[in-house]
Write a protein that binds this ligand. Structure first.
Ligand code: ASP
Ligand code: MG
Length: 396
């Protein structure tokens, strides 16, 4: 009988040192002993992608996109080889594959490419030889043969897409937290692990800055119904299962998006600026149209690109952070949220909503404090817990 196949992805911290790579290898061997065929996806060792990125930025603030991909892809190439070496040394045949070798084809959008196709042939061949296959995350190759990368955090997407292409039983994302939390626990110590979260809520959290999963990985898993589990490689409890179509929680979580920039624009110029951004490959997060003012929200990195394109400083811009609450009752909580923040002298610059969520734009230095206030009010306080329980019992 054919063995069941799982894809396991290990993030940067999990492969951050030779000792940790050793622990990951033991973990993979265990899964193999339990009767699984294992395909592993690795990130670069922690800090490595940042280090490579800062080298590039010392050369040019906006480095040539094609060359940046060649450079960044090197990070994953190191960790995959070290892991495969470790497995071989421990007596388990393993082979590493770059994105090119694993035939992960992408579009031509350097630094933010999308996987268009994976030819499972090379991986299946190695699996047939009883080898453990280690694939470099975050990278692919264009039809023309150029190396691409999938955007920061993109190894998750490699793993989920591979799980889909190989028809894996499950895609397991091993990371440095033991699951998906109601907010980033480094910012909000009260944050709680969610044992299960539906795809729409997870997608919304990832789209609004929750870094635990790369957005396209959630979208792919949702679209192709790939069972997805987020676990810690240090502490093997059951983590978080991402599945299902319907959100059942009044408030699932709070996502934080930092390093954003709000640019005020005269209303009649908005269409023009949107076109410019499209040409430059800049994604506009929000278009804000108030009766008295209009603005767009983009990433601060993109703001540098925009300034370069206009060859001048853009006046009327301000750094902001975005806080997004996700859940069935998110929209209804807008007014109270603004009041709670105002009571602590935190001004809400703008509020936007989209059915399952509301987003508040606030100044960057207040983000952490605001996240704690809103998380407490809507998720962790005893009042919020009672509301959660009531909701759960109504839905039983
Ligand atoms: N190494 C890449 C990054 O740091 C990709 C990843 O870890 O998923 O963004
Ligand atoms: Mg990640």
């Amino acid at each position: 009988m054919k063995k069941p196949l799982i894809v396991q992805k290990f993030g940067g911290t999990s492969v951050g040192s030779i000792e940790r790579i050793h622990a990951v290898a033991e973990h993979i061997i265990n899964s193999k002993k339990q009767g699984y065929q294992v395909v592993v996806v690795v990130s670069a060792m922690s800090g490595e992608t940042n280090r490579l990125m800062s080298l590039a930025k010392q050369v040019d603030v906006v480095p040539a996109a094609r060359e940046l991909d060649v450079l960044l892809a090197a990070g994953e190439q190191m960790s995959m080889a070290l892991l495969a070496m470790t497995l071989n040394k421990l007596g388990h045949a393993a082979a590493s594959l770059t994105g090119v070798q694993a035939k992960i084809t992408t579009d031509n959008r350097h630094n933010d490419a999308t996987i268009s196709h994976i030819d499972a042939g090379p991986i299946l061949e190695l699996l047939a030889q009883e080898q453990i296959v280690i694939v470099a995350g975050f990278q692919g190759v264009t039809k023309q043969g150029d190396i691409t990368t999938l955007g920061r955090g993109g190894s998750d997407t490699t793993a989920v897409t591979l799980a889909g292409a190989l028809n894996a039983q499950e895609c397991q994302i091993f990371t440095d937290v033991d699951g998906v939390y109601s907010c980033d626990p480094r910012v909000v110590p009260q944050a709680q692990r969610l044992p299960i979260i539906d795809f729409p809520s997870m997608e919304c959290m990832a789209r609004h800055g929750a870094k635990v999963l790369h957005l396209p990985s959630v979208q792919y898993a949702w679209q192709h119904q790939v069972p997805l589990r987020v676990l810690s490689s240090f502490d093997l409890n059951s983590g978080t299962l991402v599945k299902g179509e319907n959100c059942h929680r009044p408030m699932s979580g709070l996502a934080i998006l930092r390093d954003m920039c709000l640019i005020h624009i005269e209303s009649e110029r908005i269409l023009n600026v949107q076109k410019q951004c499209q040409l430059l490959g800049i994604t506009i997060g929000n278009v804000i149209e108030h009766p008295e003012w209009s603005a767009i929200v983009i990433k601060q990195d993109d703001y540098t690109k925009l300034e370069l394109a206009f060859q001048q400083k853009i006046s009327n811009s301000e750094p902001i952070g975005l806080l997004t609450m996700v859940g069935l009752q998110a929209e209804r909580s807008a007014e109270r949220s603004c009041q709670l923040l105002a009571a602590q002298s935190i001004k809400t610059i703008h509020v936007a909503s989209d059915g399952l969520s509301i987003t508040l734009a606030i100044s960057p230095e207040s983000i952490d404090k605001a996240a704690n206030i809103l998380h407490h009010a809507h998720i962790a306080s005893s009042e919020a817990l009672v509301c959660l329980q009531k909701h759960a019992s109504l839905n039983e």
